[in-house]
Design a protein around this ligand. Sequence first.
Ligand code: ADP
Ligand code: ZN
Length: 745
Amino acid sequence: MTSQTTLFAVSAVSGVYPQGAQVSVLLPLPVDTAYDYLVPTGDGLRAGDIVEVPLGRRFEVGVVWGAGTGDVPPAKLREVVHKLDLPQIPEVLRRFIDWVAGYTLQPPGSLLRIAVNPARRWVPPAPVTAITASGASLASRGLKATPAREKLLAIAARGQFPTAAALARAAGVSSGVIRDMITAGALSVIPAAHVSAFDALDPGAAPPVLEAAQGAAVDDLRARVGAGFSVAVLEGVTGSGKTEVYLEAVAAALTAGKQVLVLVPEIALTTQTLARFAQRFGGVPALWHSDLNYKARRETWAGTATGDARVVVGARSALFLPFNDLGLIVVDEEHESAFKQEDGVIYHARDMAVVRAREGGIPIILASATPSLETVMNVRDKRYADVRLPQRYGAAAMPKISIIDMKATPPEKATWGRAWLAPPLVNAVNRALGAGEQSLLFLNRRGYAPLTLCRTCGHRLHCPRCTAWLVEHRLTRRLQCHHCGFAASVPEACSSCGAKDSFVACGPGIERVAEEATARWPDAVVRAVASDTLERPSVVQELVEDILQHRVDILVGTQVLAKGHHFPGLTVVGVVDADLGLSGWDLRAAERTHQLMQQVAGRAGRAEKPGHVYLQTHDPRHPVMEALVSGDGVAFIDSEIAARDALGMPPFGRLAALILSGPDEIAVIAAGKTLAAAAPEGEGIEVLGPAPAFMALLRGLHRHRLLLKTKRTIPPQPLVKAWLEAVKIPASVRVQIDIDPYSFY
Ligand code: ADP
Ligand code: ZN
């Protein structure tokens, strides 16, 4: 035991755990604690080293978390196999993981898994060659001095480029020219000791000329870079130049030699974001999201650790990348609920991004046209700084928003079947078509119809594995469950009454609205767009190009189209069902609808042509509709805040949900009862449930929920921990903890 104490004393000084010392190794598994191992022969280990260790009869890749706990006698400990030749997991990331685990009550190993996943199948990358200027002039190489060649040569002289494509991107020319220049010797291919897999980003490449308000915002944000932790909320209507402005803060961080993380809610959004980066910095940033292939993931992961990746644009999990020297975080569209990770490891990426910034002592920018209520409260309480852009950039005016009362002016009977577009919207689209302008019909529902039922007996087609209807997709001729992916063809006969050809579609999805648009405007080009039609970024790119080049007259789309894109020719936006998000019980239903409608409205009238937005609603007096028409977002937020305050709902109170699920409903119900019997009690503590979840059946699992609600001053985490420790839940029932739940399904 004494020798151990001395060893730890040594480690405290040099940071090295020498041979024979005990270290705790956190494994990327859903486990709550790190396990102790002995340091093997060699140079010792440091905290953050990625190591391979034996676990039972297999091997796992884990991370040295610190000194051993000493829980297991040394004689029983096994040795670390070896340290992998990989970058370390930085101290700040380890601290962050511990913090997030403590807050979300997710196993730290599950969080570590996000952070080290690419390391688990590591193959060292093979750097080879780079392209750069040879130093010879075009003339001396017998090449005619075209603008493209001159530009290429100038850019190539600035450094080394891993591929012709990267050089072409940086110079903004097509890569076809490059081969000739290499053959002629104006560019040369050199062996590169170290070639970054990423484009060089030049903060001075193309700075914008800023408007006064933008300039003030930029000054504020730039001053934060290098000045420690701070949170700035960059608020401005769509088109006010938020992206333009935060790119200047990115430039400041790059100039200071720091790395930058830009979190985006949906990866479909990145196409235009990347284009903006390329324009501004002469190169595209590194990407991070779950659809990347393994090679790209590995490259970005290692690039953040080595520092080659200067800027990462990524989805939620990019927060767990091992950045070497992160200097700025930007959360774009901070209000988006997509930042809340709901499956598997449950955490809110925007909230945790603030924590990551705090742990790293760096600034974070939360950008949004419609900041979340939580963020608004933080601004009002002076915890976050308010940086505002008051109006749209240039001549672009905000669109006019009108309500279409579906009771007063319902869609007229049509020859092709049911219609979903009311006369005022039809007229507006007519006008736009006449003026050579584009229209967007927005409906947040994929497929043809959300419900299919038997006309004879009323039987509804539902998913066998979920509490959900099957959605008909006519394009693919399938019925789909949007929750579990179940798919089947439309049956010929009703399984309930046997009637043939008796199924009817109820309600509209975008395919059905597109059908109506095609019937109404046979000469117009109509395109239906949803997330399932845009799986690949290249498809998104083509679509955006088609819209910009006016190869589409009428777009029918879900929210994939509602955000981030700029379509100057688009002047009419029709929201087919503005009430859609308001049904059902959800704390944030009104807020979300307000945000989404504003986002959709923001697509209209970007350039000189003013836009007009039409909201079809059955409830024109609803506060959300009134706020949208009057444009008084502040009054709306105020009323939402008052409502949440009155109910003690977040951010005035705290919530933690327990979601029980399992294949055996009886066992799930019994577990709910067990938990209810042991529920925490006390002043300012309330437990609701257990009750069947809204999605009582999901992917074949039965689900029940409990909700713990506490006063703001009572953190729910210790209560939940003690609660779960006090009961015995059978292994067949899974208990998921959701701190600050956003979904109540
Ligand atoms: P937001 O992110 O607030 O929606 P953007 O930054 O995308 O706004 O700006 C909207 C449009 O206006 C973009 O096309 C952008 O390039 C342009 N824009 C904004 N500010 C400037 C500026 N200072 N100079 C040139 N173009 C600008
Ligand atoms: Zn299903």
